[in-house]
Design a protein around this ligand. Structure first.
Ligand SMILES: Cc1ncc(COP(=O)(O)O)c(C=O)c1O
Length: 445
């Protein structure tokens, strides 16, 4: 192709205008749903050492003994090297899938390894499910709030996320019934119910057994598939959560698990357990997306599970996160005693309600200035609600850092409260503050 013919095919810019992306007209329509998540923008700010980050959901991987990893790596790079360095099956290594069924049995699931598909984190399992089930305009029902990463995937498939409220006992069945009735009356296509029953991200709450049965019953009646996303279930603190929804139904539930929180997210290994027909399609979709999940990672984790006390290691993680949860709740009781919050019995997150009139997104730059970061509630709703909520993560900072972070947050909130009381809503924090989210906090040294 000559230079002149190539240039005629390039998108042009009108004189005087600056177009940063010359391919803007070429993208597929579905990319309009792709945007940087609020969590992602935060990681850049929160990673600065002087900021106490209560924002991200990073597991505390330092609690994992180095010798466990070294031993597994030795095997993956010596006796199992030819397998570990090679392409593998699109479904995952059979022996590893057997081990996954053992892990799932801890939550009451009795499954066959043939029905397990290994994925690149459970994030990819959500993506594969959307690939299989969602057409533009379809509906996914999810708790309100729900996991920001999944909302982003639903959006990228041009589906609409319709939220159903939750309370301290998880998703509200009555609200689910009403939502389904309304959507059906509108002729909408509900493809699945996406739910995080244990130690919800971001709300921290757990669905009771009674409600698990009720939700399943409603799903059956309306022929709606349930997508149960359960990365935190084994990380309980005070009492074991109810058994998985999948333990009650093998046909109407696709169950997702992950090694990110009970081992390490760097391996990017999760899994789906699905009824036969869906499982076959998941394998095909997995092959078309990535050929095969990481063999190296599967072998590392498989060897770790074979040779180490992985149950004891989960106990260790539980102890670490329990101490941090306790530190966060105590600090919130001490510094922000009047605010409503959830009291999680596991997982990584506390969901905090701000006083009326607060806007957590607009307040964030002020918090970062005070050297504390959180995730605004709006990140967890597809429709932009959640302004008066924030998610606080207790998984990564030490108990001392958590206390410092909450004390700093209380200063911001109390100042905002004073301003709100004096000037009313909208005067407390100007929108012009929003750009500060991505600019460095003042140097305090
Ligand atoms: C509810 C939920 N689902 C899925 C994921 C993604 O996990 P993974 O690392 O397995 O992809 C996360 C990560 O934080 C999560 O909280």
């Amino acid at each position: 192709m000559s230079d002149s013919s190539r240039s005629t095919q390039r998108p042009t810019t009108t004189p005087g205008s600056i177009r940063l992306d010359p391919w803007l007209d070429h993208y597929a329509e579905r990319t309009s749903g792709l945007s940087a998540s609020e969590v992602r923008a935060l990681f850049a700010v929160a990673s600065r050492p002087e900021v106490v980050s209560l924002a991200g959901g990073m597991p505390y991987v330092s609690a994992l003994p180095q010798e466990y990893l070294q031993q597994a790596a030795n095997i993956a790079t010596s006796s199992r090297r030819s397998e570990a360095l090679q392409y593998g099956s699109g479904q995952g290594i059979p022996q590893f899938r057997e081990q996954i069924t053992e892990i799932m049995s801890l939550e009451g699931i009795h499954a066959h390894a043939d029905d397990v598909v290994v994925t690149t984190g459970s994030q990819q399992a959500v993506d594969l499910m959307c690939r299989l089930f969602l057409d533009p305009g379809d509906v996914v029902i999810a708790e309100g709030p729900s996991y920001v990463g999944s909302i982003g995937i639903f959006r990228s498939y041009q589906a609409e996320t319709v939220h159903v409220p939750l309370d301290d006992e998880g998703l509200q069945p009555e609200a689910l019934r009403e939502t389904i009735a309304r959507l059906e009356a509108q002729g909408r296509h509900i493809k699945f119910l996406y739910t995080i029953p244990n130690f919800h991200n971001p709300a921290g709450v757990t669905l009771t057994m009674e409600r698990r049965r009720e939700v399943l019953d409603i799903a059956h009646k309306h022929n709606i598939l349930v997508l149960e996303d359960n990365p935190y279930g084994l990380l309980w603190f005070d009492r074991v959560p109810p058994e998985a929804i999948r333990s009650l139904d093998g046909d109407g539930v696709v169950y997702l698990g992950s090694f990110s929180k009970i081992f390490a997210p760097g391996f990017r290994i999760g899994y789906a357990l699905a009824p036969h027909a869906i499982r076959e399609k998941l394998v095909l979709a997995n092959e078309s997306a990535i050929l095969s999940p990481t063999t190296f990672g599967q072998i590392m984790i498989s060897e770790y599970l074979s040779h180490n006390d992985w149950r004891g290691q989960i106990d260790t993680f539980r102890g670490v996160y329990r101490d941090r949860r306790d530190a966060m709740l105590k600090a919130l009781d001490d510094f922000l005693p009047t605010l409503d919050k959830t009291r999680p019995n596991g997982g990584f997150y506390v969901w905090l309600s701000l006083p009326e009139g607060f806007n957590s997104k607009e307040m964030l730059p002020l918090a970062v200035r005070e050297l504390v970061a959180y995730t605004p509630g709006t990140a967890f709703y597809a429709d932009g609600s959640g302004q008066d909520k924030i998610r606080l993560s207790f998984c990564y900072p030490t108990p001392e850092e958590i206390r410092t972070g909450i004390e700093r947050l209380s200063r911001v909130i109390n100042r905002e409260r004073d301003l709100l009381e004096t000037f009313g809503p909208g005067r407390a924090h100007g929108e012009d503050q929003a750009h500060l989210v991505t600019t460095p906090p003042p140097n305090t040294n």
